[in-house]
Ligand binder design. Structure first.
Ligand SMILES: Cc1cc2nc3c(=O)[nH]c(=O)nc-3n(C[C@H](O)[C@H](O)[C@H](O)COP(=O)(O)O)c2cc1C
Length: 337
């Protein structure tokens, strides 16, 4: 009997394979944005899955960074969320995977190989694209620490495009999928994402490739998928204040709801923010630390790009009542009589 040369086909099992069996788009990890409230709204509109903001593996393992715990905490009943970790040490990442799995109930674990910010440089993120063999060792260590799917999110390279070679290495290391943001780290967010390069990666590996970069409309998302053969498109900035991007990709229903409904969803975002971040004081649990709406100042106006008159008030919200007051002209228009 002859042994076939080709490696066996990658079994279509696991979390990502299951989710990719239906149409839709993925919510991108975005520090400062893709927190529990944003993930909940995206999931409700049919996002294939969502990804947490990046979390320091070392912070999780040392247990000293309260921030890491807050970044990973799921909302009640959250499903279909990958937790994204960054780090550069295989043992620390393996430990962090165990902690993330125990504390955050993730559906999968993603490794950040794309963050260019100085805070992360030297500690993981995109700088590992210069030494991809370290990245492969991280994926192997993470795989050894969990039965969940492990994936990686890369840029095209550090300052040159090495994405095909790196994606093949990640595949060999056991990554279940690879997400490619079509820019080098040196480019940060300038210029345009190179979807031809993303397409070359999709053709060069057998695992599913998710494409990321500059997708602002459902039409664009479909075009990119057709052009490149990616398994799905990931949407980041284009989904801020627009969870209906996911409904459009899941169901083909492209229409944006009227302003009144978008205002109701903006208020709901604020209510979810209030519920998730209002927590007992650490020193005196009988008192509540009430969530501020300040982090939503950059988000709420995006729900209503066609209502510039409301933006000044939305840019100044501090409390949930401020959000209600700012949206009142639209909310009152649909209040039951
Ligand atoms: C504010 C912001 C924060 C981001 N944070 C992360 C992150 O934590 N992890 C990550 O892998 N990518 C991060 N990204 C990159 C996005 O996931 C995405 O790949 C990139 O923004 C391109 O997609 P877009 O044009 O749809 O936003 C971030 C992007 C932005 C704009």
């Amino acid at each position: 009997m002859t042994v076939p040369d080709a490696a066996p086909a990658v079994p279509a099992t696991g979390f990502y394979a299951g989710r990719l069996s239906r149409p839709g788009a993925v919510l991108a990890p975005m520090a400062g944005y893709s927190d529990a409230p944003m993930r909940q709204l995206a999931a409700e509109q049919g996002a294939l899955w969502t990804v947490s903001e990046m979390i320091s593996a070392r912070g999780l393992v040392l247990g000293s960074e309260q921030e890491s715990l807050s970044l990973g905490r799921p909302y009640p009943g959250e499903q279909g969320r990958a937790v994204q970790l960054f780090g550069a040490d295989p043992d620390v990442l393996a430990d962090a995977v165990g902690k993330a799995e125990a504390w955050f109930a993730p559906a999968a674990i993603d490794l950040n190989l794309g963050c260019p910010v100085p805070k992360v440089r030297g500690k993981g993120g995109a700088c590992l694209l210069q030494t991809p063999e370290v990245a492969y060792a991280l994926v192997r260590a993470m795989r050894g620490a969990t039965g969940l799917d492990v994936s990686a999110k890369i840029r095209l390279g550090w300052d040159e495009n090495r994405s095909v070679e790196i994606a093949q290495g990640l595949e060999a290391a056991g990554a279940a999928i690879v997400t490619v943001h079509g820019r080098t780290s040196a480019q940060r967010y300038t210029g345009h994402a190179d979807w031809d390069a993303i397409g070359r990666v999709a053709q060069a590996v057998r695992i599913p490739v998710i494409g990321s970069g500059d997708v602002l409309s459902p039409q664009q998302a479909r075009e990119r998928t057709r052009q490149t053969g990616v398994a799905a498109v990931m949407i980041g900035r284009g989904a801020v204040g627009n969870p209906w991007m996911f409904r459009a990709m899941a169901s083909g229903e492209d229409t944006l709801p009227p302003a009144e409904e978008r205002a109701r969803t903006a208020l709901r975002h604020a209510e979810l923010q209030h519920a998730f971040y209002t927590t007992p004081h650490r020193r005196d649990p009988s008192r509540l630390h009430v969530a501020s709406m300040r982090p939503l100042r950059k988000v709420l106006p995006k729900y209503l790009p066609d209502q510039p008159d409301l933006h000044p008030a939305l840019h100044q919200v501090e409390t949930l009542d401020d959000v209600r007051a700012a949206l009142a002209p639209l909310l009152d228009a649909v209040a039951p009589v």
